[in-house]
Write a protein that binds this ligand. Structure first.
Ligand code: 5GP
Length: 208
């Protein structure tokens, strides 16, 4: 039987560079599968249906909630965001490590539901850098940027709920750092129960 993959939740302030980081991680290593979320937010320029998000109306999103089609969902700066269940379960069962790039309320719900999830928080080196990155992205109005920065203040209070805290200063270093974390997690005794059982059984032939 294929070994079950690791569920990795990546959160971080809006503008922390999570998107670029995840793209690079998936580009370098083939053990990862990125979950595509559903949202009621309008597409940004260049975003493609089914690649960045599944863009939904409020009604369609609420139907997904009612049909229990989401592992978790949350409201973020006035819009719904949620993780479709089927893809995640399918990929984990096939042995891929699944990455959810979601905000903090969703991260907490996933951890509650699946306690062996790895929660990783990505931060820019400092607050000024965060503001600069958000402004340079040029896709949001000044009001939305302000709401996102205000949200960052709240999110910073929840970082202790995470397992790992990673600074995204240099992209290359950060990608390697995240990958090493996942590789180390794979060696946890709690994830290797079947292998441990097997080796114990095999060793029994040597017992006197
Ligand atoms: P953005 O609008 O910048 O694409 O995303 C806003 C926030 O929503 C980000 O922090 C992003 O990680 C989070 N997000 C994206 N998809 C999901 C999801 O499926 N569930 C939750 N809880 N948050 C999500």
């Amino acid at each position: 039987m294929e070994k079950r993959g690791i569920l990795l939740v990546v959160s971080g302030f809006s503008g922390a560079g999570k998107g670029t980081l995840m793209k690079e991680l998936l580009h370098r290593y083939d053990n990862y599968a990125l979950s595509v979320s559903a949202t009621t937010r309008k597409p940004r320029e260049g975003e493609v249906e089914g690649r960045e998000y599944f863009f939904k109306t409020r009604e369609a999103f609420e139907q997904m909630i009612a049909g229990d089609e989401l592992i978790e969902y949350a409201c973020y700066v006035g819009n719904y965001y949620g993780t479709p269940r089927a893809y995640v379960e399918q990929q984990l069962a096939g042995g891929r490590d699944v990455v959810l790039e979601i905000e903090i309320q969703g991260a907490r719900k996933v951890k509650e539901r699946f306690p062996d999830t790895v929660l990783l928080f990505v931060s820019p080196p400092d607050a000024q850098e965060l503001k600069k990155r958000l402004a340079h992205r040029g896709t949001e109005s000044p009001e939305v940027i302000e709401s996102r920065l205000a949200r960052a203040v709240e999110e910073a209070e929840g970082i202790e709920d995470y397992d790992y805290f990673v600074i995204n200063d240099d992209l290359d270093t950060c990608v390697e750092h995240v990958h090493r974390i996942v590789e180390c997690e794979r060696s946890r005794v709690s994830r290797a129960k079947e292998r441990i059982y097997d080796i114990r059984e095999e060793l029994k032939v040597f017992s006197k």
